[in-house]
Write a protein that binds this ligand. Structure first.
Ligand SMILES: Cc1cc2nc3c(=O)[nH]c(=O)nc-3n(C[C@H](O)[C@H](O)[C@H](O)COP(=O)(O)OP(=O)(O)OC[C@H]3O[C@@H](n4cnc5c(N)ncnc54)[C@H](O)[C@@H]3O)c2cc1C
Length: 418
């Protein structure tokens, strides 16, 4: 067998994966005077970051009190206190503001860059890493990693280069959206180095529905609705917020955060989702409003009478769904028609076809067991000078900027200590 001859290079710190956590980690390590190389297999950095928050990037969540912030992570891991004590939401905001990027607050305490562009976030991170002197190597897919206990160093190989480093930061992400480069490579390396990788238990995924209605409305956002999960005519759960209709069904923060409950219900049989289009108006009030509008404008088409409730595009499709011609004048709307409009406004139902695969998830659950990491430094408790950050970690979190906050905190703290 012909032995491969690698070009050899040595650095203090080697970072694998140029997503948000790897970028901030490499920049911070270099800022501390370490020689740092960042290896990214794509030809660009932060590919997933660029599609985050629908291209607008929900940077973090405006919860400055660590106790309240930790409460938002499903299992409320105590480890996060150590982490947020070292780098918290305010530190995130300061980090970006110091580099010229302010943020804006939106519903549910979500913070977005003022430019509303994920690209601005990516640019700040790349500039940070470059300015601090990180050697960024694109198109550099790591194929193997090893650790020598005697030499206390890591060996990392791409197809052509062998790198040696004193510290290693793995930031290769989870398993969601493999098209962005996150193919879970880091998990097998972590396992080979002795870490436990927990299985995915609760991916946050969009929901596929039966029927046509949403297909024609693909791209429409319902700004504030209440979604109900139904099984055998019983409402199991409800949640209010923003929903995005797509060609396959529904997505958006409210749906994504309900997906594990929908998955649980599906184990017991068919599930329906209901949409209450006007959650802040009670049914009796809506009944009164609707009756009054119809009585007052008896010669107008029902479609124009519903203008206050829906977008123009939605009205005929909504009426079609409940079997009413949108051109029907108010005086021909029967009591039964009125009842079905009211029922549909307060709870139009759709049968669930299933959940989209993990590859379409915002966050794939599972990852490296957090008990095996010291959250004061993000160093492995198994291999010294090995750091594991970002989506690689098994931390169950909802949508709302909580994932990226983990990337900023774990990345920065790892970079600080590597
Ligand atoms: C559609 C979508 C929208 C989202 N929106 C938000 C949001 O608005 N707010 C929020 O907080 N979170 C959001 N998230 C989650 C967020 O994007 C992730 O938590 C975050 O990107 C994780 O960062 P990371 O650095 O850990 O990993 P990743 O961003 O996954 O980056 C890992 C990098 O490692 C590289 N890599 C992998 N294997 C190798 C290898 N063998 N060699 C070299 N490089 C390798 C990959 O190419 C990739 O660039 C969203 C996710 C998705 C999919």
């Amino acid at each position: 067998m012909v032995k491969k001859h690698f070009k050899k290079t040595k650095y203090d710190v080697l970072v694998i994966g140029g997503g948000p956590s790897g970028l901030i980690a490499s920049g911070r390590a270099a800022e501390n005077g370490r020689s740092v190389v960042l290896l990214e297999k794509n030809n660009i950095l932060g590919k997933k970051l660029l599609i985050s928050g629908g291209g607008r990037c929900n940077i973090t969540n405006n919860k400055h009190d660590a106790r309240i912030l930790v409460e938002s992570y499903r299992e409320k891991p105590a480890e996060l206190f150590s982490l947020f004590y070292r780098f918290n939401v305010q530190d995130t905001l300061d980090f970006f503001l110091k580099r010229g990027l302010d943020t804006k607050l939106e519903a549910e305490d979500r913070l977005f860059p003022i430019t509303e562009k994920a690209l601005s976030v990516q640019e700040v991170l790349i500039e940070y890493a470059k300015k601090e002197g990180v050697q960024i190597n694109l198109n550099s897919e790591v194929v193997t990693i090893g650790y020598s206990e005697s030499k206390k160093e890591f060996t990392v190989q791409t197809q052509t280069v062998e790198y040696i480093s004193e510290s290693l930061i793995i930031s290769t992400g989870g398993l969601s959206r493999p098209d962005t480069g996150s193919t879970g490579d880091g998990f097998s390396w972590a396992q080979s180095l002795g870490h436990t990788v927990n299985e995915d238990s609760s991916a946050l995924v969009p929901v596929a529905l039966k029927g046509q209605w949403f297909k024609e409305l693909s791209g429409t956002t319902l700004e504030y609705v209440e979604i109900g999960i139904w099984q055998k005519n019983k409402k199991l759960h409800k949640s209010k917020g923003r929903v995005l209709l797509t060609h396959f069904g529904m997505t958006g923060p409210t749906i994504i955060n309900m997906s594990s409950k929908i998955a649980d219900a599906l184990k017991n049989g068919p599930v329906e989702l209901s949409i209450d289009f006007l959650p802040s108006v009670s049914e009796p009030d809506l009944k009164e409003q609707l009756t009054e509008v119809i009585e007052l404008h008896r010669n107008k088409e029902i479609a124009s009478l519903l203008k206050g409730y829906f977008s123009k595009k939605m009205i005929p499709l909504f009426l079609k769904e409940i079997g009413i011609n949108h051109k029907t004048p108010g005086h021909s709307i029967t009591k039964e028609n009125r009842k079905s409009i009211l029922r549909a406004l307060k709870g139009l139902k759709f049968a669930v076809k299933g959940l989209l695969g993990k590859d379409k998830a915002i966050i794939s659950g599972g990852g490296v067991k957090i008990k095996e990491i010291d959250f004061k430094t993000m160093e492995s408790r198994i291999i010294p000078k090995l750091y594991i950050v970002g989506d690689m970690l098994d931390i169950n979190r909802p949508s709302g900027g909580y994932s990226l906050q983990l990337c900023w905190s774990t990345g920065y703290v790892a970079g600080d200590n590597a």
